[in-house]
Design a protein around this ligand. Structure first.
Ligand code: PMV
Length: 331
């Protein structure tokens, strides 16, 4: 039997200007544009093998079988690749994260970016980065950004088919020496998956409309801050975007509150650092973990302080990293 195999890797990314809400659920089109940093230190490595036979895809993780929901998401995604390739072969997928899965540390971003690249290559397709980004977006909105390295702007796009709702590098990874100190504040799965939480916010939060209205100005400011390599400006807009996103979710009915005591503890440390003249700015995604934006020269000292916050049991200092790339291919 002939098989076609490819392995790809991608770094996860952290949004400094958030995406929250969809303008089209079926195509997973974002309601707002976003801006992120792709991380070098937190990655997924995904291997896809297409067998010359139809049937059910098999998905494995190194530490046991994935849950049915995850497997189904991968199968649905592979159906898109099969439709594009014009075949019905089943796949064997193995994926390894050095990011805690489904904890709000964006393993879906690196996972679907790596899967999009590995699956298309194993299927014999050669997509452009923009096409890969649009495909990865179907797996997870934030995955569209992880196709690209460094600082990435994700365009909201206007076209109904989503071909312009893709990422784009606006600053290369080596061009700005900043860090994100990631403070892990829980090991469990996040209580609300992002898609359901966004949908619930859009449906029930009186602040959702205001969130949509305020997001473009924040994005424009963040883009300028990256262009000027102005960490203070970027940090200020990152905190504002994060708090506005969470405010819209917290105001939903029933509310969606991702934070825990340690989330607040790290935020306080960041505010105290800034009051003492050290550049540090926080952001929080759909989970309780906090990421602290800072200069590379301050990262270790900030990491030590953050580690001392009760409830923080792991920290990672992450730097700007490359986009998704193929590490092995054979047929
Ligand atoms: O890509 P998703 O569906 O996991 O949504 C990501 C949502 C946030 O992480 C909260 C914001 C963002 O822009 O990454």
């Amino acid at each position: 039997m002939t098989t076609h195999t490819a392995t790809a890797t991608a770094g996860t990314n952290i949004a400094l200007c958030k995406y929250w809400g969809k303008r089209d659920a079926a195509l997973n089109l974002p309601a707002v544009g976003s801006l992120s940093m792709t991380l070098k230190e937190m990655t997924s490595v995904t291997r896809v093998e297409f067998l010359d036979e139809p049937g059910l895809d098999v998905v494995t993780l190194p530490d046991g079988d994935p849950d049915a929901f995850f497997t189904e998401r991968v199968r649905t995604f592979l159906d898109l690749v099969r439709a594009r390739a014009g075949f019905e072969r089943r796949a064997r997928v193995t994926t390894r994260n050095n990011v805690p899965t489904a904890s709000g540390l964006a393993s879906s971003a690196s996972g679907f970016a790596a899967l999009a690249l590995a699956a298309t290559r194993a299927a014999g397709l050669d997509l452009s980065p923009a096409e890969l980004s649009a495909l990865a977006r179907r797996g997870s909105g934030s995955a569209a950004r992880s196709i690209f390295g460094g600082f990435v702007e994700m365009h909201r796009g206007e076209k109904p088919d989503g071909s312009d709702a893709v990422g784009e590098t606006i600053a290369e990874p080596g061009s700005w020496d900043v860090r994100l100190v990631v403070a892990v504040t829980s090991e469990g799965r996040k209580p609300f998956g992002s898609t359901a939480a966004m949908e619930h916010t859009a449906r029930t939060s009186p602040y959702y409309r205001e969130w949509l209205e305020s997001a473009p100005a924040d994005l424009a400011e963040a883009r300028l801050a990256v262009g000027a390599r102005d960490i203070g400006k970027l940090g200020t807009v990152a905190e504002r975007s994060c708090l506005r996103m969470h405010a819209s979710a917290m105001a939903a009915d029933p509310p969606i509150l991702y934070w825990n005591a340690a989330t607040m503890g790290v935020i306080r440390v960041v505010q105290e650092l800034r009051a003492s003249g050290i550049g540090a700015w926080f952001t929080v995604d759909a989970g309780p973990h906090v990421k602290v934006l800072c200069r590379a020269t301050d990262a270790r000292a900030i990491e030590i302080l953050v580690k001392g916050v009760p409830g923080v049991f792991k920290t990672v200092v992450a730097s700007p990293g490359p986009g998704a790339r193929v590490v092995e291919e054979s047929s």
